[in-house]
Write a protein that binds this ligand. Structure first.
Ligand code: ZN
Length: 473
């Protein structure tokens, strides 16, 4: 692999033209940043501090300048010449990505251990392949503290991931303070912990600064064991509440509308709200007089149809609130109004069934994007898991089959970290190095990708200390 510093960039840029010029790192003594991008300054200063460079802010000029242009969302460009580094972006996410690219090249320039080396000349233009590049974190099974979530958001930004899917509730825990569900005390089964509404405001503010959109999730009607233990009247049988909310009692929908109404208020910047919808068992519903009555009144052939109507009703509540609902795909023939997004997780063939209905999809098929699965079989694993190597993540492509039939409907991808077996202190160990493979998978054009070349870049960045730098954020 060439030692050219611009060829180390990860994810690999859309367009890159190399020149023979060299910019000595020691000449980087001043920087100027467009006012609308000042949020990148702490990140920039952290890089300079880490690499022991003395670089001062200037009102204009400086060897590194970052200006506002009319580039599309997330796109950035950079010219490196003998005189300096000139960068531009159209929005704050693109500005962070330009700073991230500069950071990688500065680490690469010092890889020999001799600070003061040079950045090689290049003209770079970069833009994302997918509009939605998402990462999911389950804080319901094992809880992660607020400060940890902030570190996680910085890591996502460094990996060009612009969406954070926050799985806030599950059978084992209800992890945010709710007035609508005020009997939930925050104690989970595997760890304790709950975000206060102030915590959520702080995390929203940081996400906004970084240009990251949060998709909050309350997972219903299944995955609700902990909720029903505290609200048994919402279960089919209050003496044996189980894991599924009763579909037949009017109180169920009233309660969920209060919960989701509050959730939309708590996340004012979130255009998409996740309503769950996965893995509900029908056994309690089958035995329940309320559910059976509702099934007959609504002329449903079975409980899956009743569940479908229930979730469609909940999705209409979200659209009435001005947001877009998203739901886990079920592969069970259920359909939703075409303004409902569907998260594909179970089967690579599912998009083919969904596309004709017009729904937009996020692709997160478990066998290639579930990061709780072991990267190799020397790691602990559970019976439901596949092996998911770095290469497996890298090779993932939602268009791998039937591109022509689904490409207008799949708007992005998502990697998921479920935490049944992952306490907070193991999260980063599960993310690295596969999150870098995911970064390139979600960002870069397929014709620019090569696993061999990616591995060489990833190893060089590791050797240069960049990966440790990301982990210490
Ligand atoms: Zn019921």
């Amino acid at each position: 692999m060439s030692a050219h510093t611009a060829l180390i960039l990860l994810p690999v840029p859309a367009e890159i033209k190399l020149t023979d010029e060299k910019f000595p790192v020691k000449n980087l003594t001043g920087y100027s940043i467009a006012e609308e991008f000042h949020a990148v300054i702490p990140e920039l200063e952290r890089v300079f501090r880490t690499l022991r460079m003395e670089v001062a802010a200037e009102s204009s000029g400086g060897a590194f300048s970052l200006s506002k242009s009319d580039l599309p969302a997330g796109a950035w460009q950079m010219d490196i010449t003998a005189d300096g580094i000139t960068a531009a972006a159209g929005d704050i996410t693109g500005a962070f990505y330009a700073v991230g690219a500069l950071t990688q090249m500065l680490f690469a320039a010092t890889i020999s251990g001799l600070p003061g080396d040079a950045l090689d000349g290049a003209e770079i233009f970069d833009k994302p392949r997918f509009a939605v590049r998402s990462f999911h974190l389950d804080c319901a099974r094992h809880f992660q503290e607020k400060e940890f979530i902030k570190r996680f958001l910085h890591l996502l930004s460094a990996c060009r991931i612009n969406t954070f899917h926050w799985h806030l509730t599950d059978g084992q825990g209800w992890r945010y303070q709710s007035k609508a569900a005020d009997r939930m005390n925050g104690k989970g089964e595997l760890t304790d912990g709950q975000y206060t509404q102030e915590d959520i405001r702080q995390i929203n503010a940081l996400a906004k600064t970084l240009g990251i959109t949060i998709i909050p999730e309350v997972d219903v009607p299944g995955h609700s064991r902990r909720l029903l233990a505290n609200y048994p009247e919402l279960a089919c049988d209050p003496d044996d509440p189980g894991n599924e909310i009763c579909l037949g009692k009017p109180e169920s929908m009233q309660f969920l509308q209060a919960v989701f109404g509050e959730l939309m208020e708590l996340f004012p910047d979130s255009p998409v709200i996740h309503i769950g919808g996965d893995e509900a068992a029908t056994a309690h519903w089958e035995k329940c007089p309320h559910c059976r009555k509702a099934m007959e009144e609504k002329k449903c052939a079975n409980m899956r149809e009743l569940e479908n109507l229930f979730m469609v009703e909940l999705s209409r509540f979200i659209t009435a609130g001005g947001r877009t609902p998203i739901i886990w795909g079920t592969c069970s023939g259920q359909t939703y109004p075409d303004d409902t997004m569907i998260q594909v997780w179970l089967d690579i063939r599912e998009p083919l069934k969904i596309a004709p209905n017009g729904n937009k999809m996020i692709y997160s098929v478990h066998s290639s994007l579930y990061f709780d699965y072991p990267a190799n079989l020397s790691e602990p694993w559970e019976t439901w898991m596949f092996e998911l190597s770095e290469k497996g993540v890298y090779m993932t492509d939602p268009y791998i089959i039937w591109q022509d039939k689904v490409k207008d409907h799949i708007i992005g991808t998502e990697a998921c970290l479920w935490t049944e077996t992952i306490p907070q202190h193991r999260v980063f160990a599960k993310l690295f190095p596969r999150i870098l493979a995911y970064s390139e998978c979600a960002w870069s054009l397929p014709e620019k990708k090569s696993f061999q070349n990616f591995s060489a870049r990833r190893e060089l960045l590791e050797a240069a200390g960049f990966t440790d730098y990301l982990k210490q954020n």
